[in-house]
Design a protein around this ligand. Structure first.
Ligand code: GLU
Length: 306
């Protein structure tokens, strides 16, 4: 594993060209059909290219965590033969590393403390106005934001499924939080550090995170570290046309692993052959790996979860 200390200063560090992907669930409950689709797609995408696939447990957001959920998720993925090629990485084991990279951003004068409440930001229309940029550092219990400027901002990227993405076509973004008021590294910040130290080269995840990718790329540029390639897949919706969530209930039929995999492959546009419905999990995974076509993944799933 790499540490920031080993990096040459002021040069862009490049990872060796190794294909490595990951699935990074938050243990706020067991995975549902939508997360299975995401885990499966990220697995097949790297495995079909001869790469390594790992599981990371995003367990920093303590208020959202549920006891036993990590074990449950790992066990569920195991039933689908979605097994990490490396020991499972837990974000909570890496707090010192997040601090180390944060010190680097502080030293580069790219951070500031912000006291603004959500209420204030809502009252100005929901988009942060960089109000605290010139505030003196008091080292109080405040959140820390990254300063976006012409040197570090990334406005475009090429998505492996949705093609060229431009920030202007999404909502305007402003300086974003990298360390929360409760001293927890933010999602956008921690994920960038993890992807870097785990040497992830391909990130495939749900489309709800596509906008966050601009901030993640901006952070990588600020830290002068290598960025993985990104691909986003459509979201599985519930009957109310909202992103399927853990609160939608137990939507994964625990007795029919093969059928769940078959349905996930169908949704991912992989046209699984009928016989796979009754094949074993390992037969389905093997066949799906050989036949995986990223270009067949649709931009919208035309079915909701039932
Ligand atoms: N932990 C995040 C989630 O469960 C996903 C992180 C990522 O894939 O970048 O939504």
């Amino acid at each position: 594993m790499l540490s920031k200390k080993e990096l040459p200063t002021n040069t862009q560090y490049k990872h060796p060209k190794k294909i490595k992907g990951r699935f990074a669930p938050t243990p706020s409950g067991d995975i549902h059909f939508g997360s299975l689709v995401c885990a499966l797609a990220s697995y097949l995408d790297v495995k079909s290219a001869g790469g390594i696939w790992v599981i990371r447990i995003d367990d920093l957001d303590t208020p959202r965590l549920k006891d036993g959920a990590s074990e449950q998720i790992i066990e569920t993925l195991d039933h689908y033969n979605l097994i990490s090629d490396e020991p499972i990485y837990y974000q909570s084991d890496h707090l010192a590393t997040y601090r180390e990279f944060l010190n680097d951003l502080i030293a580069k004068n790219l951070t500031y403390e912000c006291e603004c409440t959500r209420k204030r930001i809502r009252s100005i229309g929901g988009i942060y106005d960089n109000k605290c940029r010139n505030r003196k550092i008091k080292n109080g219990r405040t959140s820390i934001r990254l300063k976006i400027n012409d040197q570090n901002e990334v406005n475009t990227f090429s998505d492996g499924i949705y093609g060229l993405q431009q920030k202007e076509s999404y909502r305007v973004s402003r300086d974003f939080i990298i360390s929360r008021k409760d001293d927890i590294p933010s999602y956008e910040y921690s994920v960038v550090i993890d992807d870097f130290i785990q040497e992830i080269s391909y990130v495939l995840r749900g489309k709800d995170l596509i906008f966050s990718t601009f901030n993640q790329l901006t952070l990588q540029k600020s830290l002068n570290i290598d960025a993985p390639e990104y691909a986003h897949i459509p979201l599985v919706m519930n009957l109310k046309k909202r992103k399927l969530s853990k609160s939608d209930g137990a939507l994964l039929d625990k007795k029919n692993f093969s059928m769940n995999l078959y349905l996930a492959l169908e949704l991912l546009g992989q046209n699984p052959v009928e016989e796979l419905k009754s094949a074993t999990v390992s037969e389905i995974i093997n066949s799906a790996t050989i036949n995986w076509k990223r270009e067949n993944v649709p931009k919208v799933f035309n079915k909701h979860a039932t």
